[in-house]
Write a new protein. Sequence first.
Length: 205
Amino acid sequence: MNKEQVQSILLKKLKFSADDIIKLSVFHDELLKFNKKYNLISKSTESCIWDRHILDSAQITRFINFENNKSLSDMGSGAGFPGIVLAIFNKNHKFHVKLYEKSNIKCDFLENIKNKLNLNCDILGRYQDDEIRSEYVVSRAFKKLVEILRISRETVEVNHKLIVLKGKNAENEINKLQQPLKFMYKLEKSITEINSRILIVDVKK
């Protein structure tokens, strides 16, 4: 998918605004600039940031109600996927977006993007150092599923919806869990990769 195709999906199917596309373009360009010096994303994916990273992150807006005055925590935000993309989409000043990232270099990049785009989000350090009380917890390329589930269950202090972007082996990973997934969950199809899935779990405390 080229940039124009991705932007068309963002505008027409996912309801991003024209201003959002401008901000995503700035984010894209800053990421390429920063990636010359620091390895935020794999060099092999620099030519496909729009579909491989931006659209892949943006698609989970379908499963989040940004109108409620709640909060979202992105675990292991890295270069801002999906956290920065979700912060750009969010128009509700009472909906709080939090990005957890342990790397100081990546946090510096995220702060730069936040300030440049005037985003309503907080750039935080290690999730272990905070009391997480978010109704939505998202992750992409963070840890293995069993560890994500453990963190979600043990670290997040309220009932929440866990949204994990997974590859084609999502169902296999669920079936191989030593402790069966006891919460209600569903697997949604990805719009960027035909065999990939998005795992959505309702975690009850």
